[in-house]
Structure formats: structure tokens, C-alpha cells
Design a protein around this ligand. Structure first.
Ligand code: DAH
Length: 347
């Protein structure tokens, strides 16, 4: 009996020592398997009970249970300490030094060309205009003929362009979208649209000319659309785009696809119409061409000019951006000079 209890105490001491010396959680798991599993030595010692007297049984059973409990408690405590230590080490290893300076995020900027398209589109959309997409490669038919510019028309001289073949060309004006929209609406539906996009011409590039530039076309077709409607619409546009104080002036002009045709000036924002270098002393700055849609154009595009009338206009995108933001050279829009775009975005 004495030796059996001694054996229990021995196991107990050995187990507690091993627990104390365990290096990690894996080692601790092995110890648990040896001393606390169902088939551990302590459990098997219970077999000796049969040979003991009633009194001895009590003392022996107590020794075994005490040993088990002590091992269990110490083991749990050690396991908890090790878990906490491991977590602490992990936290230290993965710590982020929030005092380090962060990485600077460089956000891109929108080219003023596209800002103007968005602004003009917003203004016309608020007046109920639809925004349609045209195409850069056009046929001679849509770019010229349906706009009342037949093959031998002198107006073609000013709009030489890049030809893909005899019939296909890079469009010289967004006005081509007028013909597409009218034909799509089959000569009966009313139209109220704008079409922004690129145009191409064989121009010598200088401060105000580029072989590639943007226009925004506008077209309204319905019954009884007059020049007064054109004036009211453009006045609204100019005030929203350039400020409430701006006025417009219509000068008679010529375009093959409008009759009458006008050129529209806006009062100079810099001198408020008094005359300065920006407006060349006149107090006015030309911003767009416009007019009543020519009856030939309406007819060729399927609308009866006896029933329908309309107005159209074409605005140069870079021209608006240059005026609005004081840009001196059209080529700046295409040079991808980051300083220009950054500077501009401060506005
Ligand atoms: N397409 C003309 C150009 O490129 C601009 C223009 C003038 C468009 C009058 C129009 C218009 O719709 O009515 O010079």
C-alpha cells in the first residue's frame, strides 16, 4: 500500500515537473496524453484497489484523485499562460508602427476638356436634352451631303480632313450627328439632343487651331421651333456656363446647313463688356455657330420642312475651356503635361 501511494506521488511530481518544463503548447499536449488520458498510468493504478482494505482504499483513491486534480489544474494554468504568451508575441511581431509616415496617394485629375463636356452636358440635360453619341469615322454622305454640302461645294475647302477612302473620312464636324439623329427618328418624332465628340481637320496647328479638337453639337426639331427659341436656349446655356451676368449677341453669318445662320458672341467676362485685350477691345467673344435648320437638310433627313422646323448649334469644347479657365494655347489640352492639368484642377 505504501509503495502504491508512493508511486502515485512519484507520478504526480514527475508530471508537475514536466509541465513546468514544457517549452511550448505542442509539448504540453504530449504531457496531457501521457498523464491525463483515459489509459494513463494513474488510471491503471486504480486496478490495485481490489487488493486493498476498505480503509486503505479511501486513502489510495484520494491520493490518485488529488494527483489527477493537481496535474489537471497545473496543466490548465500552464496552457493558459502559454496561449497568452504566444498571443503577446504575435501581437508584438505584427505590430504596425502608426508613427511612420503613410504612402502618399496620388489621385488623377480630369482633363479640362472632359470637365467642359460634363458641365455642358449637365446644363443641357437639365433643359431636357438627350445626350447622343456620334462616330469619329463618318461617310461623306453624313458629314457633308446630308448637311447641304454637295461634292462641289466651296465650304468643303475649309474642312479638308483625313480620308480613310473615297467615301469614309474622319468627321470634320459633330454636325454629322444631326443627320443620324433625324434619320433615326424617321421624320416624325421631335428631337432635342446634344452630341459631344472629337472632330478632325487638316489644319496647321497653332495656338488656336489643332488637327483634332472637340465640338458639342445641338439639335432641336419640332413644330414651330423659331430663332427666338434658339436665342432663349443659348442665353440660358451661357448664363449657366459663364455666369448670370453674361449676355449674348447674335450676328448674322453663313453655314450651309442653317438658314438663317448666326454667330453667337458672349459679353467678355474679363472686362464686363467694356473692351480689353482678351476680347480685342470689342467687349464680345465669339463662342459658337448656330441657326435654323435649313429646309434642304430637314427634307434630306426625312422631315417635312412645311410641318417641322428646328435649330442647331455647334460649340468648340476647347474654346469654351480656354475662355472659362483662361487657357492660352489649345495645344495644352493634348500635351499630357501633368503640371497643366494639376494647375487647372485648382480652379
Ligand atoms: N459645324 C460647324 C463648324 O464646324 C459649327 C456649326 C455651326 C454647327 C452652325 C451648327 C450650326 O449646328 O448650326 O464650323
Amino acid at each position: 500500500m505504501a509503495s502504491a501511494i508512493e508511486r502515485v506521488l512519484e507520478i504526480r511530481e514527475k508530471a508537475l515537473k514536466e509541465i513546468e518544463e514544457a517549452k511550448n503548447l505542442e509539448g504540453l499536449a504530449v504531457i496531457k496524453n501521457i498523464y491525463l488520458a483515459k489509459k494513463s498510468e494513474l488510471t491503471s493504478l486504480m486496478g490495485l484497489m481490489r487488493e486493498l482494505s476498505q480503509e486503505e482504499k479511501g486513502a489510495f483513491g484520494k491520493a490518485i484523485n488529488d494527483a489527477k486534480q493537481a496535474i489537471q489544474d497545473r496543466w490548465a494554468k500552464k496552457a493558459q499562460e502559454m496561449e497568452a504568451k504566444k498571443l503577446q508575441e504575435q501581437l508584438e511581431k505584427e505590430a504596425i508602427d502608426i508613427t511612420l509616415p503613410g504612402k502618399e496617394m496620388k489621385a488623377g485629375h480630369i482633363n479640362p476638356y472632359y470637365i467642359v463636356i460634363d458641365e455642358v452636358s449637365d446644363i443641357f440635360a437639365s433643359m431636357g436634352f438627350e445626350i447622343v453619341e456620334g462616330r469619329d469615322v463618318e461617310t461623306d454622305h453624313y458629314n457633308f451631303e446630308l448637311l447641304n454640302v454637295p461634292k462641289d461645294h466651296p465650304a468643303r475647302d475649309m474642312q479638308d480632313t483625313f480620308y480613310i477612302n473615297e467615301n469614309q473620312l474622319m468627321r470634320t464636324q459633330t454636325s454629322a450627328a444631326q443627320a443620324h439623329t433625324m434619320i433615326k427618328n424617321e421624320g416624325k418624332k421631335p428631337i432635342k439632343m446634344i452630341c459631344p465628340g472629337k472632330c478632325y481637320r487638316r489644319d496647321d496647328d497653332d495656338m488656336t487651331h489643332s488637327h483634332e479638337f472637340g465640338q458639342i453639337e445641338g439639335l432641336v426639331v419640332d413644330k414651330n421651333v423659331s430663332l427666338a427659341d434658339l436665342k432663349g436656349t443659348l442665353e440660358m446655356f451661357v448664363k449657366k456656363m459663364f455666369g448670370e451676368k453674361r449676355e449674348i449677341r447674335l450676328r448674322s453669318s453663313y453655314f450651309p446647313f442653317t438658314e438663317p445662320s448666326v454667330e453667337v458672341d458672349v459679353s467678355c467676362a474679363k472686362c464686363d463688356g467694356k473692351g480689353c485685350a482678351m476680347c480685342k477691345g470689342t467687349g464680345w467673344i465669339e463662342i459658337l455657330g448656330a441657326g435654323e435648320v435649313h429646309p434642304n437638310v430637314l427634307r434630306m433627313c426625312g422631315y417635312d420642312p412645311e410641318v417641322y422646323s428646328g435649330f442647331a448649334f455647334g460649340v468648340g469644347i476647347e474654346r469654351v475651356a480656354m475662355l472659362r479657365y483662361g487657357v492660352d494655347d489649345i495645344r495644352r489640352f493634348y500635351q499630357n503635361d501633368i503640371r497643366f492639368i494639376k494647375d487647372f484642377n485648382k480652379n
